[in-house]
Write a new protein. Structure first.
Length: 281
C-alpha cells in the first residue's frame, strides 16, 4: 500500500525573504539538496520512492509581505508537476487582499492550469478565514469557485514561527462559518490546529460533513496525546508530514513512526491513503 503525503512544501524558495530563508536553513545540512529538489521534480520522485510515498500534495500559497511568495508560485507548481500528475497533487493560491479579478484568476487556476487544491494560510496572509463576512469579497469568490469546481481548500491552522506571522489568524474556529456557508466545499484543516486548537479542530471535523484535517507537522509520537480519539475520525483524517519544514527531517521516518502507533490497521489505511483518495478522486 502506497502512502499519500498530502502536505509537503515544494516552493520557489529563491523568492523567500532573507529572514525566512535563514530560518529554513537553520540546522539543516541538506539545505543545498533541498534547493536542488525545488528545481528538479525527478529528485523529489526518487525521494518519495525511497520513502514509500505513492503521491504527494505540493503546497504553495501567495504571501508577498510575510514569506516573499508572489502569485508566480502557481505557474511554478504547474510546470513542476507537468506530466507527473500520477505522483503530484498541485496546490495553488490567490491572495484575496491582492487579487485584482478573483473570478478570472480562479478560472485560470482551475480550468486552464489544472490546480487541484487551494491553500489558504491566514497567519501568513493576514486575514481570518471568514473575513468575507467583513467585506472581503475576493475570499468569498475563492470559496464559491472552489466549491463549484469540487476543488478542496486547505487552511493552515495553528501557529507559525516565521517573522511577521500573526498566530491569531490560525484559530480554526473561524472556519466553522466557512463550513456552514459553503456546505459542499471540501475543507482540510492543516496541522489539526497545533498546538493550541487541537480540540477545536477535532470538534469541527466531527461536526461538519465537509471538514477534514491533516496531521502534518505533528510529531507522530505525540499524535495520540493531542488526539486520543483519532480512531473515530480516521475516515476524515489525512496523513501529511510538512516536509521539509523546520524540524521535519525525514518523510520516511515520519511514516514509520506513524505506522508504529497503537491504531487499528483499518484506521492507518484510511489516514495513510484512503481519505485522500476520497477527496482527490
Amino acid at each position: 500500500m502506497g502512502v499519500i503525503d498530502i502536505h509537503i512544501h515544494i516552493q520557489p524558495w529563491w523568492q523567500l525573504k532573507p529572514a525566512v530563508l535563514d530560518r529554513m536553513r537553520e540546522g539543516r545540512e541538506d539545505f543545498d539538496d533541498l534547493m536542488a529538489i525545488m528545481k528538479d521534480p525527478e529528485r523529489l520522485i526518487r525521494l518519495l520512492d525511497s520513502a514509500g510515498v505513492e503521491k504527494a500534495g505540493l503546497i504553495n500559497y501567495v504571501s508577498p509581505d510575510i514569506m516573499g511568495f508572489t502569485d508566480e508560485v502557481n505557474s511554478f507548481i504547474i510546470d513542476y508537476t507537468k506530466g507527473r500528475r500520477d505522483r503530484f497533487i498541485p496546490f495553488g493560491s490567490i491572495h484575496p487582499r491582492y487579487s485584482k479579478n478573483t473570478r478570472e484568476e480562479m478560472d485560470q487556476l482551475i480550468q486552464k492550469m489544472g490546480i487541484q487544491g487551494i491553500k489558504i494560510h491566514p497567519p501568513h496572509q493576514l486575514f481570518y478565514p471568514n473575513d468575507y463576512q467583513n467585506g472581503m469579497t475576493a475570499l468569498e469568490i475563492i470559496y464559491q469557485k472552489a466549491e463549484a469546481s469540487g476543488i478542496p481548500v486547505m487552511f493552515h491552522t495553528g501557529t507559525s514561527i516565521f517573522p511577521g506571522a500573526r498566530t491569531k489568524y490560525g484559530d480554526p474556529i473561524y472556519i466553522d462559518d466557512v463550513a456552514i456557508d459553503f456546505p459542499k466545499l471540501a475543507i482540510i484543516l492543516a496541522h489539526g490546529g497545533r498546538p493550541f486548537w487541537m480540540e477545536t479542530s477535532f470538534f469541527l471535523v466531527r461536526r461538519h460533513p465537509n471538514v477534514y484535517m491533516d496531521i502534518s507537522g505533528i510529531p507522530p509520537k505525540k499524535l495520540l496525546q493531542y488526539f486520543p480519539r483519532l480512531e473515530e475520525i480516521a475516515h476524515k483524517t489525512l496523513f501529511g508530514t510538512d516536509w521539509p519544514g523546520p524540524m521535519i527531517k525525514s518523510i520516511k521516518d515520519n511514516i514509520e513512526a506513524f505506522k508504529g502507533l497503537p491504531l487499528s490497521e483499518e484506521a492507518k489505511k484510511k489516514i495513510l491513503r484512503e481519505t485522500a483518495l476520497k477527496i482527490f478522486s
